[in-house]
Design a protein around this ligand. Structure first.
Ligand code: C2E
Ligand code: MG
Ligand code: MG
Ligand code: MG
Length: 278
């Protein structure tokens, strides 16, 4: 890092930061163009239960950039939230989910218990039109909302508790299922946790990574699973990469797992192929 004097003010020149900011600004203007050019799509990562049966999948957005290649969501979701296009991206993902559910149904590969989850951003969760937006898409495709899981994070459960409760309850009345993503990494008031009628809790990968450490790593995961069970929630372990982790999770009575051990997120066709031959 070099420091340059210009007049009486000091400015700092950090080439890495500069490149990051330029890339950020570039993506910001590019994202609008990209939506018009249909460059976004959902990838799908399967979830299985302890017996190995496929129970559902998580939809994860990808940007197929013409010159930059495949761009991961962490690089553009925050931008999309800021410039107001997140709604459009959510619709794209939900449409892909509906098409997948209809395709799997028509091939008789799934029953009503199969759920596909979609990540809902903070901005969308706070929006008063969330219910209408979601229903418009699922109704268009004739998909039952009970096949859709809405993933929200712990931090969204804070603030105005009463309006959070009513947002969740209204969507649940329509049939949608709720899951708390990245559980354990954010702020969450355990006293309030039982006030929200969510259905599922996803244990964050950072805890699963340490599950084989005798002592703390193991105990923390066991404690989170026990907490979920005591609240009657389905518990999913995310980021499971090895058989050893899966074996330990089974002894802890985890309900479902998701991770590279089973499969990486796949595009629509690859997912369909994977599901069919599983
Ligand atoms: P998330 O919802 O917690 O998704 C899990 C992330 O972990 C995904 O990263 C997935 O590819 C990755 N993952 C799954 N299993 C493994 C594993 O075994 N090992 C490793 N190393 N990674 C694994 P991805 O797809 O890059 O998504 C990152 C985050 O971006 C998501 O975290 C979610 O918060 C957000 N996101 C993704 N798609 C959407 C979307 O459609 N809308 C919104 N609002 N956010 C999204
Ligand atoms: Mg998620
Ligand atoms: Mg997660
Ligand atoms: Mg995450």
């Amino acid at each position: 890092r070099s420091k340059m004097k210009n007049g009486n003010s000091c400015s700092f020149y950090d080439p890495e930061l500069q490149a990051l900011l330029e890339n950020q600004a570039e993506l910001e203007t590019d994202i609008v163009r990209a939506i018009a050019h249909d460059e976004f799509s959902a990838y799908f990562q399967p979830q299985i239960n302890a017996n190995g049966k496929i129970t559902g999948a998580e939809a994860l957005i990808r940007w197929h950039h013409p010159s930059k290649g495949l761009i991961a969501p962490n690089d553009f979701i925050p931008i999309a939230e800021q410039n107001g296009v997140i709604q459009k991206l959510q619709n794209t993902v939900l449409r892909d989910i509906c098409i997948l559910i209809n395709e799997l149904n028509s091939k008789q590969l799934i029953d009503d218990s199969f759920k596909v989850s979609i990540n809902i951003s903070q901005v969308q969760f706070n929006s008063t039109t969330l219910k209408t937006e979601l229903l418009n898409v699922v109704n268009d495709y004739n998909v039952n909302p009970s096949n859709i899981k809405l993933e929200i994070t712990e931090s969204m459960l804070s603030g105005d508790i009463a309006s959070v409760i009513s947002q969740i309850d209204e969507l649940k009345q329509q049939g949608f299922i709720f899951s708390i993503d990245d559980f354990g990494t954010g702020y969450s008031c355990l006293t309030h946790l039982s006030s929200f009628s969510v259905n599922e809790l996803k244990v964050d990968k950072s805890f699963i990574d340490k599950i084989l450490d005798k002592g703390t790593g193991f105990s923390i995961v066991q404690t989170i699973i026990n907490l979920g069970k005591s609240l009657n929630l389905t518990v999913v372990a995310e980021g499971v990469e090895t058989e050893e982790q899966f074996t330990v999770l089974k002894t802890m009575s985890v309900d479902m797992i998701q991770g590279y051990l089973i499969a990486k997120p796949m595009n629509f066709d690859d997912y369909l192929c994977w599901h069919q031959s599983y």
